[in-house]
Design a protein around this ligand. Sequence first.
Ligand SMILES: *[C@@H]1O[C@H](CO)[C@@H](O)[C@H](O)[C@H]1NC(C)=O
Ligand SMILES: *[C@@H]1O[C@H](CO)[C@@H](O)[C@H](O)[C@H]1NC(C)=O
Ligand SMILES: [Zn+2]
Length: 492
Amino acid sequence: SLSLVSHALLTAFVPSPSLPPMPGTPSLPTSASPPPSCSSNRLRAIKIPTVSFSPDELNTTAMGEFGDYIRKVFPAVFSAKFIQHEVIGEYSHLFTVQGSNLDLQPYMLLAHLDVVPASPERWVVHPFSAEELDGFIYGRGTVDNKNSAMGILQALEFLLRRNYRPQRSFYVGIGHDEEVSGHKGAIKMVDELEDRGVKLSFLLDEGSVILDGVVQGIKKPVALIGITEKGAMTVELSVEQDPGHSSVPPKETSIGILSAAVFKLEQNPMPNRFGYGPEIMTFEHLATEFSFPLNLIMTNLWLFSPIVSRILQKNPTTNAIVRTTTAVTMFHAGIKSNVIPPSAKATVNFRIHPSQTVEEVLEIVKNTIADERVKIELVDAFDPLPVSPWHDQALGVQIFRQTLLDVFPDVGSIAPGICIGNTDSRHYRNLTDAIYRFNPVIFKQDDMPRVHGLNERISVKGYEKQVEFLFQLIQNSDIEKLPEPHSDFHDL
Ligand SMILES: *[C@@H]1O[C@H](CO)[C@@H](O)[C@H](O)[C@H]1NC(C)=O
Ligand SMILES: *[C@@H]1O[C@H](CO)[C@@H](O)[C@H](O)[C@H]1NC(C)=O
Ligand SMILES: [Zn+2]
């Protein structure tokens, strides 16, 4: 196999002098340009603070610098005759890689270059320093999601330097405002592609990962590939009241009324929907991987699903998989210590389980609050995403499976999963029904909270693997049609 990239991150974030051998290519080009000598250039991708603070507040200076940077470090990508590069929405990047066989339907790889803010407190190194400690590169964006943005371009750069020309065309979309909705980047790229009549055979975005030692009772790493995302709904609750003096208060103030409504929502969680959505597929696919007695339980969910669903709801992470979650995120009320508050407002954010809709959840909210005095206003909402195909004839799934076998031989199983967060890919659903969310990085138990949290990091080895995965995926996608279905598909 390819031991791609000897100086992983060096190559990751600047071009590498040592190129991996490509199967079937007898002579390697020896004229690859050496890496820039300036070592402060190293890991520049992480050092550029491409922060999305809010939909209207992006560090566009940094985003512009990021664009300059990729032009500099991926010269082959930017000069190949069959690759068209366009800047969309000023800072997003759309690449069209024209394959040699136009009969094959194109696919698309997505990533985003923006990151959430990070303040240095409680980080082991500064979040925009990209310092290396014990084999890990620390920094905001190392797994969400500059690893994909740089990984895709790096893999393509390597392939081009080996004179590789894909047969199947593909697009690369690197958005610049994913963390704040994708309205300026992803949505504009989708508009562009829709205007051109593009239909995709499948699309791969960030999302789920390879879990190692995270799923209790399964020893070998599990590659989870997101086939849907939860929906979301934000409502504002408000109570208006005539102001007055606190010396002659009414029986209830707007604050009291609103607090009672919020309390009811927290005390009455949305129903546990385990078994009504695709989350059940995750367990069915993994059933035989569990050790005894979990394997017995998981292979007999028809009998044990009530028990499993009760266990899952005990932990906040797994609870988010089995139901629509309710989070009261803002509360504002009162103006003065001796004035009856004229109004009180609260914001509640719901993440909708794939088996429910915005409409249903809103109805439950109204019935739970059951108080005419509380005005309920929908601020913004979208339904859960459609479930992408997962079967032996799903092209994307088969290509991911093959690529995982090639690059991550230790992975014991591949299963479909639900993403509890959202990605840019949701904007692409008119272009394909086959949207998959998977980032080829290995996560252990303590890696989850690093995303958007403290000490986000990627191992040097992990980044090498990411590039290798993409390098292999692009080549594997040249397959014209799928092989005959495998009987051992489910156990890999
Ligand atoms: C925005 O990016 C620029 C250029 O990289 C940087 O110098 C500046 O400090 C950043 N601003 C904020 C508010 O992060
Ligand atoms: C998909 O296309 C329909 C019809 O043209 C349009 O109304 C809808 O907004 C599109 N959805 C997305 C996510 O772009
Ligand atoms: Zn992300």
